[in-house]
Every structure is written in C-alpha cells, then in structure tokens.
Design a protein around this ligand. Structure first.
Ligand code: ADP
Ligand code: MG
Length: 286
C-alpha cells in the first residue's frame, strides 16, 4: 500500500465532511454485503414530537412529565416539551428508575407510576379497545408509550419521529449498489416497519435491547461483511463490532469514537459517498 494514495483519498473525503479514521475500513468496504442502520437519529430526525394523547390529557401528561423530567431519552424531551406547551403542572416524584429498553418508573403521590412500552405491562391489563388504538397509532409510524398508576393504564401518548428528508434517497443509493439494508431498533415492530417502508429499507429487527445491538450485528455478519450506521450511546458496541462502523457527526461522543468513519454533515446520503470514496482509495493503493 502506498501511504500517499491513502492520504490523498482521505484528505479529499475530509473536505467533503467524511472522516475516514483508518486503513482497515478501506479494506473491508469492497466486501460489504449489508448496511445495518439504527433508527432514531440515524434514519429519523431524532426529534420526536407528541401527536396524540389517549385518556385525560391533563392527568396523563402530568404523571408522564413528572417521571420524564429525570430521563434523558429523546421520548422524554418530547413529552416534557408538550407538557410545557400545555402548561401542565409537573408533580414531584421519588425513587426514579430508568428501565433499559422499556421505560421509566417512580413514586407519584404515593402511587407507583410508569411510562414506557408494553414490556412494562406484565401485571397490567389493558382493554381490547385500547389495544386496537395502540396498533392503529403504531401503523402510522408513531411510538406509543403507556402511562400507568399502580396496576392501571391511565392513558397513551403517541410520539412521532419523522424520517430525515434525505433518508429515502440515501437508502435507494445503497440498494443500487447491490447492498441489503436492515434497520435495528429498540422501538416496536410495527413502528419500525412503518418507518422502514417509508424510506425503502429491506428488513427490520425491532424490540432490540441496547445491550443486544452488537449481537444482532454479529448474527448478520454470518451472511457477509456489515457496515453499521448509528449515533447513540447504545450504538457504540455495534459500531465497534461491525466491519465498518459509520457514526453520524451529531452523535454522542462515544459513538463518534467507536466509528471508523464519521459523517460530519449528518447526511445519511454520505454513507454511499463514503463507501464509493473508500473503494476508489482502496483500489488505488492495492
Ligand atoms: P431506540 O433508541 O433504538 O428507539 P431505546 O432502547 O432507547 O431504543 O428505547 C426502546 C423503547 O423503550 C422506546 O421505544 C420506548 O418504548 C421505551 N422507552 C425507553 N426509555 C423511555 C422513556 N424515558 N420514556 C418512555 N419510554 C421509554
Ligand atoms: Mg439513535
């Protein structure tokens, strides 16, 4: 390999906002079969907004905002923003707990309160009418969280995080290159499928716990080399395990550190550009 070609190639890509950190990445690029993408903040904008509330709006938002004020999850900021806009009084809570991949819980006015997905509902019954509402909202690509007090669900909050304007084009470019695309997310299957359909992603792996993301990448590597694109703290292990880890520049520090390639402009279309540039550079130094 001639270091000069490597320098030239990566120097040119750096000007385009594509940082290639090492030569190993260049070697793997020619053999990539699948591009795996995180959903929130990678395929979607990552700024979720509340769209629907089922139940008594004031009561539901009050409990939910009480709990979410201690959470750093993007869904929490969506709920807090909505509660603020609606001038909801946020109660004090005690004994706050974040439950990985599921939601949050705490004591509110002497009651055990929770906000999160159906994995939190083991001992809680919900009506068939409510189940139908949940399915309808999820098919509209909305993430639904249940708000509960003790053993009752008092309402639902539907939250939407739209795909980035460029995601569809970005996915089409990867598919034109003959690559398979897979979305990996902790969100619900129906929501994930709805988003995937909107942007043209081939396959979905949903309901994945943060700690499981890297294992799913390993499983997909059985079919050939994998590029993983992500931005979150919980994407770091998957970025490391992948043959090519691609981090969004807007991502958390740990994601950026874990990526072999960093997309400074946060444009998902740069995944394709990065692959094209790496190939060119690699073929030149071979
Ligand atoms: P991802 O970022 O890939 O969507 P997460 O593991 O962060 O996955 O979250 C998975 C799911 O867990 C969310 O879609 C939501 O249902 C639930 N959840 C996690 N944190 C919270 C929270 N603070 N409030 C409500 N629900 C939450
Ligand atoms: Mg993310």
């Amino acid at each position: 390999a001639t270091p000069t070609a490597l320098m030239v190639g990566t120097g040119r890509s750096a000007k385009m906002g594509i940082l290639i950190k090492n030569g190993e990445v260049l070697e793997a690029v020619n053999e990539i079969k699948t591009v795996v993408l995180d959903k929130t903040g990678t395929v979607t904008v990552g700024k979720p907004e509340v769209t629907d509330i089922v139940g008594n709006e004031k009561a539901v938002l009050s409990v939910a905002s009480g709990l979410e004020q201690s959470s750093e999850h993007p869904l929490a900021s969506a709920i807090l923003t909505d509660a603020k806009e609606k001038e909801i009084v946020t109660p004090k809570v005690a004994d706050f707990k974040a439950i990985e991949g599921k939601g949050v819980s705490a004591q509110v006015n002497g009651k055990q309160a929770f906000v999160g997905n159906d994995k939190l509902l083991a001992d809680v019954k919900i009506s068939d009418a409510m189940k139908q509402q949940v399915t309808k909202l999820q098919k509209e690509a909305k993430t639904v969280v249940f708000v509960g007090l003790n053993d009752k669900v008092i309402g639902l909050i539907a939250i939407q995080d739209a795909p980035k304007a460029t995601s569809k084009e970005a996915i089409a470019a990867l598919k034109a290159r003959g690559l398979k695309t897979v979305m990996l997310t902790g969100d619900n299957q129906l929501v994930a499928e709805a988003i995937a359909k909107q942007v043209g992603i081939d396959e979905v792996v949903a309901d994945v716990l943060p700690s499981e993301k890297a294992d799913h990448v390993k499983a997909i590597q059985q079919d050939g080399k994998v590029a993983f694109v992500g931005d979150g703290i919980n994407d770091a292990p998957a970025l490391t395990v992948a043959d090519v880890g691609i981090a969004m520049g807007s991502g958390t520090d740990i994601a950026i550190e874990s990526g072999g390639i960093v997309l400074v402009k946060n444009d998902l279309r740069d995944v394709d550009k990065a692959l094209a540039l790496s190939k060119k550079t690699f073929n030149r130094i071979k």
